[in-house]
Design a protein around this ligand. Structure first.
Ligand code: SGN
Ligand code: CA
Length: 519
């Protein structure tokens, strides 16, 4: 391993230079990395999806309009801990050791992005969801949620204690972030701040001010909501269907009957209604009363209930997104107010993609586009032009090398990601830019019963291998963007299959994926 000391740069004093009639500060940039949880691309209006049109995210979009939107960014393993570990290390899961959410704690002794930045004179902090079991390392300040955290009156863990704070989780994280920014010890030092929201994670409890925001909104039902998964074994075996697997009380806030205050199935009451103060609980149940009564006012067919559940899911999910969008707006305003906006890179992303009813699903994990895809917008005045579209294939393992590159710090050779600084600064894809991406999901058995798989994505085609059961899937994303038709083994696909197989083998070799993890 390369030692951290190798990457320490001599201190560069701040100076201001004049460039093209505009003042450009010639100093190392600050970075605010805002990451939410489970925020689907479909639910960010800048991506142009019909859901975003009904429920826009103007503040998140602002980052993209003033800077760049990534059209082809993906994660390397679509669940929380593994995505976070990949971001911290710039390495695939098998290299950083955090392959599943629940197996073992992240090895905090290894080289990470915050540690390298810290060694190069950056002040570092993480506030919000951490979800890596072991305590954070490489941060001057950390204040993290307990595991997934709670929406109402959540517990925060610090070096010294665990404290329950009154308020809504998204608002608290925003407040603690601003307090940290205000109170930085040495304001001459650049900073790297990770602000990690719990929202939009299950069970989608909006802030009280948003209880009624989308109550009467009808969201567009995906065409494949009633998918029957023909020719797709792993899709048949999953347990993440909105109308079959969602917990009716916990997730959908459904009650036992007319005027009832008793939720239907809720396996984790301590993490939901149990976190609210008695008066908050009353206001919450009252807010859902009319719509729950309306549900009980007449008999409905299975299909009607399934569609009703989709609407309830989306109304709550987008209600939670609203608080995240407000938080982003608040941070952007803070930066402007304090003048920090000029030399601060602001990123908004999420730990992985998510299903909003496509294939009938919620959750993530699969290498299909909705969960594999990872939205990201990025703003850096003077470096990234407004309305930049990044179309090259990028991945969460690239974040660490890119930030180091942007801060003028050498990228360690053992990081597997590559800097996409050129792509985002020029808006162009260099000729020799990567043509394929590697993906590997390990957590089976586990929540939602998604079978372990690896795969390769190229510009047009995607090949996936559910290796325990030895089932292959092949998709033509040009003719079948919603991945409904598995072409593996179909006549005429031999050449394409062979090409993807070879590319997959090449990537597994390049990334040094141990063979025992592939069976
Ligand atoms: C919890 C959720 C699951 C979710 C995992 C992982 N169940 O276990 O639905 O897939 O987290 O999510 S819950 O009823 O407890 O909310 S992740 O984003 O942290 O990876
Ligand atoms: Ca997540």
């Amino acid at each position: 391993k390369l030692s951290l000391g190798l990457f320490v740069l001599p201190f560069v004093p701040s100076s201001i230079v004049q460039g093209q009639g505009q003042e450009v500060r010639n100093e190392r940039p600050n970075i605010i990395f805002i990451m939410s949880d489970d925020h689907a691309r479909q639910a960010m209006s800048i991506y142009g999806h019909p859901i975003g049109k009904v429920a826009p995210t103007p503040n998140i979009d602002r980052i993209g309009h003033e800077g760049a939107v990534f059209q082809n960014n993906y994660c390397c393993n679509s669940i929380s801990g593994p995505s976070r570990a990949a971001i911290l290390t710039g390495k695939h899961s098998h290299k950083n050791g955090f392959m599943k959410n629940w197996a073992k704690g992240f090895d905090g002794t290894q080289q990470t992005l915050p540690k390298i930045l810290q060694a190069n004179g950056y002040e570092t902090a993480v506030i919000g969801k951490w979800h890596l079991i072991s305590k954070p390392t490489g941060f001057d300040h950390w204040m993290i949620l307990d595991d997934q955290g709670e929406y109402c009156n959540p517990h925060f863990i610090t070096e010294n204690d665990t404290t329950r704070h009154l308020g809504y989780v998204t608002d608290l994280i925003t407040k603690f972030t601003e307090e940290w920014l205000d109170g930085r010890k040495d304001k001459n030092k650049p900073f790297f701040l990770m602000m990690h929201h719990k929202a939009v994670h299950r069970n989608w409890v909006p802030a009280e001010r948003h209880y009624h925001l989308y109550e009467h909104t009808t969201f567009p039902l995906p065409d494949n909501y009633f998918d029957v998964y023909e020719g797709r074994y792993a899709a048949q075996m999953q347990k993440m269907n909105i109308y079959c697997d969602m917990y009716e009380g916990h997730d959908l806030k459904m009650v036992t009957g007319m005027d009832s205050d008793s939720l239907l199935f809720d396996p984790w009451p301590h993490a939901f209604l149990g976190t609210m103060e008695p008066d908050e609980r009353c206001r919450f149940l009252d807010a859902y009363r009319d719509r729950n009564n309306e549900f009980h006012s007449r008999k409905r067919s299975f299909k009607e209930v399934a569609e009703w559940k989709y609407q309830r899911y989306l109304q709550d999910y987008m209600g939670v997104v609203a608080s995240v969008d407000e938080s982003v707006g608040e941070i952007l305003d803070y930066l402007k107010r304090t003048g920090l906006d000029k030399n601060t890179i602001v990123v908004y992303t999420t730990d992985q993609g998510f299903y909003l009813g496509e294939h009938g699903w919620f959750d993530k994990r699969f290498m299909y586009e909705e969960s594999f895809g990872m939205p990201i917008v990025m703003r850096w005045p003077g470096h990234i032009k407004p309305e930049t579209q990044v179309t090259g294939l990028t991945q969460n393992i690239d974040f660490a090398p890119t930030f180091l590159d942007m801060c003028g710090i050498e990228v360690p050779r053992d990081m597997q990601g590559v800097s996409f600084r050129k792509l985002v600064e020029t808006g162009k894809k260099p000729r020799d830019w990567r043509k394929s991406l590697y993906y590997h999901y390990y957590e089976f058995p586990g929540f939602h019963s998604v079978r372990a798989h690896y795969g390769v994505k190229m510009e047009r085609y995607k090949l996936m291998h559910f290796y325990v059961e030895d089932k292959w899937e092949l998709y033509d994303l040009k003719t079948d963007p919603t991945e409904m038709h598995n072409l593996y083994g179909k006549q005429g696909m031999e050449k394409v299959t062979a090409k993807l197989m070879a590319e997959l083998a090449r990537l597994q070799k390049q990334y040094e994926v141990p063979q025992n993890l592939c069976k």
